[in-house]
Design a binder for this molecule. Sequence first.
Ligand SMILES: [Zn+2]
Length: 56
Amino acid sequence: MTEESGGGRSRQLPVFHCPYCGDEELTPYGDGSDGWRCGACLRAFTVRLIATGVNE
Ligand SMILES: [Zn+2]
């Protein structure tokens, strides 16, 4: 609902490791702003921030 491309708030999150195999060979993937492709396990996935300042 707050996915506004170009607004500056939904920029692509930096992902440094594949959450599935741990490899670092990640490249942007797809049309969305949060798609990544892992060159090691060939998975495509998204990482979405759902909250900040969560204490519990
Ligand atoms: Zn992977």
